[in-house]
Design a protein around this ligand. Structure first.
Ligand code: PSU
Ligand code: MN
Length: 392
């Protein structure tokens, strides 16, 4: 009979399901693995080294740092993706030893903010993760590989190169096969997280339902445009991949209420921290009640950890408001977004180009004040994600 050790904290007592505690170490016998899932523990051990599964999982907060979340739902995905990973030594070392790691996406560097702001933000977000005690791993695509943990030179290249491809789940294979330089959106970054074993990821704002996705839009000149059906694949990924995503709310350029409806239908918890209103991305407020809210980060970590431990397969969206000093006043944001969206429609912008185009137009219309807010919220999300990663 095989025996696997698990680290426990000092206050933990042995429980009544057959496990015995020896000082701070708990010894799990192989028959403690769920009997209806033969071989499950072995398979996970194969993937993540020393993962264990108990018959009745202990609340995850009481276990050590060993990987402990059910992974069946995306296992076929990650097995292929893992062959494409290049993980930076510092990140690999942190993952191996159970130290907290925070993934950062790269589309906001290549397509979300202008140079040099984008490079400053990329570096500041990494620094914020470190200040919170975690190791940052900015993710991008290069030479047919998913790079997890860009070095300084790669960050500069991504921030300055003229032709960086925006890569999401549907375009991942194309970018890898073509060996282009690519920036990962929320969906592609979540896939990389799942493959690498990173549980917490920070971004600015997720993509979602675009205005006019489900209804006919009538332009001021009377021209009617049919529903675009433009719904970001970020929502699909949140439904399919168990990663904790920290953001400042869905991007305010979206149909935010529609975005929340899709997330609910697809089983994704959306949790506001420290407020009962959904954070509004550029502004602290969105005017929309948060589907779920918690008082503080400790409660957010507990909820996120509980969600992952249930093994439902979906991710969880943690929303923290932009710092007050840097927010774009909501009235100003709403006006600029309405104008920018109408301009995009008139210019015939659609598809993956739409989000970057609208963000840039909002920046012009607000004399760069939206960029200040966007910068601050990304860095704040990175800081918060670092704190969460220590617990989740
Ligand atoms: N957060 C930001 N700026 C951005 C993004 C997030 O502050 O530009 C990116 C993310 O990569 C997200 C993408 O996945 O925008 C959404 O693009 P789309 O709507 O085309 O799915
Ligand atoms: Mn889209």
């Amino acid at each position: 009979m095989e025996v696997r050790p698990v680290r426990l904290r000092a206050h933990e007592a042995p429980d009544d399901d057959g496990a015995t505690a020896t000082g701070k170490r708990l010894v799990l016998l192989k028959h403690d693995l769920a009997p209806q899932e033969p071989g499950r523990g072995d398979r996970r051990a194969l993937i993540f080294g020393h993962m264990v599964q108990r018959t009745r999982p202990r609340p995850a907060a009481t276990c050590g740092s060993a990987r402990r979340y059910p992974l069946e739902m995306h296992e076929p995905v990650v097995s292929g993706l893992r062959d494409r990973l290049v993980v930076a030594p510092e990140v690999a070392d942190a993952l191996r030893t159970g130290r907290p790691v925070v993934a950062l996406e790269s589309t906001l560097i290549s397509h979300g903010l202008p140079y040099p702001r984008n490079l400053e933000v990329a570096c500041a977000a990494e620094a914020a993760v470190r200040e919170s005690g975690a190791v940052p791993a900015t993710i991008a695509i290069r030479d047919g590989r998913l790079v997890v943990g860009l070095d300084a030179a790669a960050l500069v290249e991504l921030a300055t190169a003229a032709d960086v491809r925006k890569v999401a789940r549907p375009t991942l294979a194309g970018a890898l096969a073509a060996r282009v330089l690519g920036a990962t959106t929320v969906s592609a970054t979540m896939l990389a997280c799942a493959a690498a074993g990173i549980r917490v990821f920070a971004t600015g704002g997720i993509g979602g339902v675009h205005p006019g996705a489900f209804e006919t839009v009538t332009a001021p000149d009377g021209t009617r445009r049919p529903p675009s059906l433009d719904v970001s694949v970020d929502l699909e990924e949140l439904a399919r991949t168990p990663v904790v995503v920290v953001c400042a709310g869905p991007k305010a350029i979206l149909d935010v209420a529609g975005t929340l409806e899709v997330l609910e239908s697809r089983g994704v918890p959306v949790v506001a921290v420290g407020t009962d209103e959904l954070p509004g991305f550029f502004s602290r407020a969105s005017g929309i009640p948060a589907p779920q809210h918690v008082a503080d980060l400790a409660a957010a970590a507990d909820l996120a950890q509980t969600h992952l431990a249930l093994g439902l397969g979906s991710g969880v969206l943690i929303c923290v408001p932009v710092p007050a000093a840097d927010e774009l006043p909501r009235a100003e944001a709403v006006a600029a977004i309405a104008r920018a969206t109408a301009d995009a429609d008139e210019a015939g912008i659609h598809g993956p180009a739409l989000t970057p185009w609208v963000l840039q137009r909002v920046a012009e219309l607000t004399d760069g004040r939206s960029i200040r807010a966007n910068t601050a919220l990304i860095i704040n999300d990175a800081r918060v994600a670092g704190l969460l990663a220590a617990v989740v």
